[in-house]
Write a protein that binds this ligand. Structure first.
Ligand SMILES: [Fe+2]
Length: 262
């Protein structure tokens, strides 16, 4: 069986990334792919970029990678109020200042999307959507998901950006959509890092959303001492506590893609 790990939205959290990479090693994966957002919010953008680069993990450009790489004035993230805008400005300015020139160059060179073949399936990897690097599309946005699939020729659409992991095969469509969640800044009410392992054998694809514990307290302390707003430390404590009712907050979730996706 060929096993593919999909990681996403690491956001400068090297502790979470290292824990996930160790977990992936135990899963005996053949290859790792990343759907972007290496930086932003977290205190170790350089270490994350250098780890991804040294391991040659194929990675898509996320909206935060674009903003830091090209020194943009905003990251394209959704900010609900004035406080959120203040936090966003703090994070972007800090991340630009604390990412080396060489690493910003690496971010600028990341591709917008990637097509890979897994067994007899074709998979599209993208950060958000082909219309926008910062569009938020959630599991229950069925109409928008249907609309997106009209323009996707591949069998499996894999993205990140929302930080909510899920997989769905929409009725009447022989295509599956997967969101890899977030390694370094989950929003699903669970502090653990999430990522996905896909298994491919004899034309059938199955997947597991994994949750991985790591030293969150260490990252919180680093954030508090970094000059990043303490809001980002609070956020990590319980995986975006404002989300109370996420079905992904339990244990690892196994799902089958085939035979629906054929
Ligand atoms: Fe992100």
């Amino acid at each position: 069986m060929k096993r593919i790990a999909i990681i996403s939205d690491i956001h400068g959290n090297i502790e979470a990334l290292n824990a996930v990479l160790k977990h992936i090693k135990d899963q005996k994966c053949d290859q790792i792919f990343c759907t972007g957002d290496l930086v932003g919010y977290g205190p170790r953008p350089n270490e994350v970029i250098e780890t991804i680069r040294s391991l040659r993990i194929p990675t898509i450009m996320g909206n935060y990678d674009e903003a830091v790489g090209f020194l943009l004035p905003a990251c394209g993230c959704y900010n609900s109020d004035a406080n959120a805008k203040k936090y966003a400005a703090n994070s972007l300015k800090w991340s630009i200042t604390h990412t080396t020139q060489k690493n910003r160059e690496f971010l600028r060179g990341l591709p917008e999307q990637l097509e890979i073949e897994v067994g007899d399936k074709k998979m599209l990897l993208i950060h958000a959507t082909s219309d926008s690097i910062s569009e938020y599309v959630y599991e229950n946005d069925t109409e928008r998901l249907m609309d997106l699939l009209d323009y996707v020729s591949q069998d499996i659409y894999v993205y990140g950006h929302t930080h909510f992991p899920y997989s769905v095969t929409l009725p009447g469509r022989n295509k599956t959509i997967i969101n890899a969640g977030s390694v370094g800044r989950p929003k699903n009410g669970d502090a653990r890092a999430t990522y996905i392992v896909l298994g491919v054998e004899d034309g059938s694809v199955s997947g597991v959303i994994h949750k991985v514990s790591y030293d969150v307290a260490k990252v919180i302390k680093e954030i508090e001492e970094s000059g990043l707003d303490n809001y980002f430390a609070e956020f990590l404590k319980n995986g975006g506590a404002h989300v109370k009712d996420c079905k992904c907050s339990g244990e690892d979730t196994t799902y089958s893609i085939s035979p629906k996706c054929t």
